[in-house]
Write a protein that binds this ligand. Structure first.
Ligand code: URP
Ligand code: ZN
Ligand code: ZN
Length: 481
């Protein structure tokens, strides 16, 4: 294997920013320092560049059946686009089917990813029911398959939704195994009622997707999940947080010492509900669940990331073409497949809107886009940092390059870009996965199937009060990571 030296760059981790060179041997970071030239076969000049750990995207849906169709990106196109965008690790959601062994779903997902992914990947596992068979399988899912995060949907009635009993029992089982429970937090029963009412009243346009999923019921479901996690003593991660009400529930729970964590996504930071009103059914391009919110929620989310009330940024990449997929919902907004293409632009958009615009620091950027997810999902320090012994997953990033996000230049397998026309500053120039170039000078040079499956580590439970990672500060519990 080629020994590579990245020279003259500025290394940025969640903790530090400093000038040093990185020597890579056998796919691992072997040394960090100066004058290491003699040990390298190849020298990469990173003058004027940031040297970031590769992005860790904790939330993707590749080749996933949903809404009567299948997402447009698979593990080939999705991971290539991720790499172009500076992401070197993804954790994808493996869907299960009631009545079928969990193992068969995991096998399906391995078949989708194996031989295709160009960067490393892990899986979360959906839990749709709890019964003796599921309980019997869970220990091996966590310990042998290395799947240490279990996802429960509180919405999508009659599709993925599980009831509160299932959520609570999943939490109890997860706690025993050191697995984290993830929730899609919306009140699916209330949404179902509101959708029927809207359609009955003849309200079929995309905007009604947002109007039938108000932020108050995301807040309600988030608070409910946090309370159940407190009762179970489980670790909870709330995916795709969109609104002030949900942030408030997470912040309150964390202040009470509940082991709860929250993710938001780039679309909620820069787009708003008005996009659903675009003419000619174009609003369908902006249908996510939970939906885009009124613009005032954006600053709440930025502040929550800055202050640590939310910790991670997932893409929630779930791409559907406008032609032939999103248009399934013409005449009935509830049939628009939910989701959008975001895996490629997550990293640069967040850098540009966050660091360049002064909302977050460089180190906070790395923490949120990479390190926190690696830590929470049992991948740290192998992933999520630049340190001796870590995988050499590295992004060489030009912080001054300017470009326009567009369907014409993106690499996702989909016919629109939700951020079309947005100007961003900052661009991944080269991206390495375990020391091998995947992107070199903005060209794809990786190999299909080079990405490896990541078995992840369960978290260590601390039984004594106060709960995991909690310290006393100002008379209140604060959760640390
Ligand atoms: O609209 C979304 N978020 N689609 C992906 C599936 C999910 O709920 O995460
Ligand atoms: Zn969801
Ligand atoms: Zn999702």
């Amino acid at each position: 294997m080629t020994a590579r030296l990245i020279k003259n760059g500025t290394i940025v981790t969640a903790a530090d920013t400093y000038a040093a060179d990185v020597l890579i041997k056998g796919g691992i970071i072997a040394k960090i320092g100066k004058e290491l030239d003699s040990e390298a076969d190849e020298i990469i000049d990173a003058s004027g560049m940031y040297v970031f750990p590769g992005g860790v995207d904790p939330h993707t849906h590749l080749e996933m059946p949903f809404g009567g169709t299948v997402t447009a990106d698979d593990f080939v196109t999705g991971t290539q686009a991720a790499a172009f965008g500076g992401t070197t690790t993804i954790v994808d959601f493996c869907l299960t089917t009631k009545g079928k062994p969990l193992k068969s779903a995991i096998e399906d997902w391995h078949n989708k990813a194996g031989g295709k992914a160009v960067i490393d990947y892990g899986f979360h596992l959906m839990i749709g029911e709890i019964n003796d068979e599921v309980l019997a399988e869970l220990p091996s899912v966590v310990k042998e398959e290395g799947i240490t995060s279990l996802k429960v949907f509180m919405a999508y009635k009659n599709v993925f939704q599980a009831d509160d009993g299932t959520l609570f029992r999943t939490m109890l089982a997860a706690k025993e195994l050191g697995a984290m429970v993830m929730v899609h937090a919306e009140n699916g029963d209330v949404i179902e009622f509101l959708i029927h009412k809207a359609l009955e009243e003849g309200n079929t346009a995309p905007i009604y997707h947002a109007l039938t999923r108000p932020s108050i019921i995301e807040g309600e479901a988030t608070g409910r999940a946090a309370k159940l996690a407190a009762l179970a003593g489980a670790r909870l991660y709330v995916v795709h947080v969109t609104c002030a009400e949900a942030v408030q529930q997470i912040a309150e729970a964390r202040n009470q010492g509940v082991d709860v964590w929250g993710e938001t996504c780039p679309q909620y930071l820069v787009l708003d509900q008005s996009y659903l009103e675009k003419p000619d059914f174009e609003g369908a391009k902006y249908v996510w669940s939970p939906p885009l919110r009124e613009a005032a929620h954006q600053e709440v989310l930025w502040h929550a990331l800055k202050s640590g009330q939310l910790q991670t940024l997932g893409s929630d990449h779930c791409s559907f073409n406008f032609d032939g997929q999103k248009d399934l919902g013409i005449g009935d907004f509830s049939k628009i497949p939910n989701g959008g293409p975001t895996i490629e632009d997550r990293f640069s958009l967040f850098f540009s809107e966050g660091v360049t615009k002064g909302r977050i620091s460089l180190n906070e950027f790395v923490d949120i886009v990479s390190t926190r997810s690696a830590k929470l999902f049992g991948l740290f320090p192998r992933k999520g940092t630049i340190a001796v012994g870590s995988d050499a997953d590295i992004v060489i990033f030009d912080p001054h390059a300017e470009r326009t996000l567009s369907v014409d230049t993106h690499h996702m397998n989909v016919d629109y870009n939700p951020f079309e026309g947005m100007q961003v500053t900052g661009l991944p120039i080269s991206v390495l996965s375990r020391g091998e170039f995947v992107i070199q000078d903005q060209q794809f040079v990786g190999s299909l199937g080079a990405g490896r499956y990541l078995k992840r580590t369960p978290y260590k439970r601390v039984d004594a009060a106060p709960p995991t990672g909690v310290s006393e500060a100002d008379g209140k519990h604060k959760v640390k990571q």
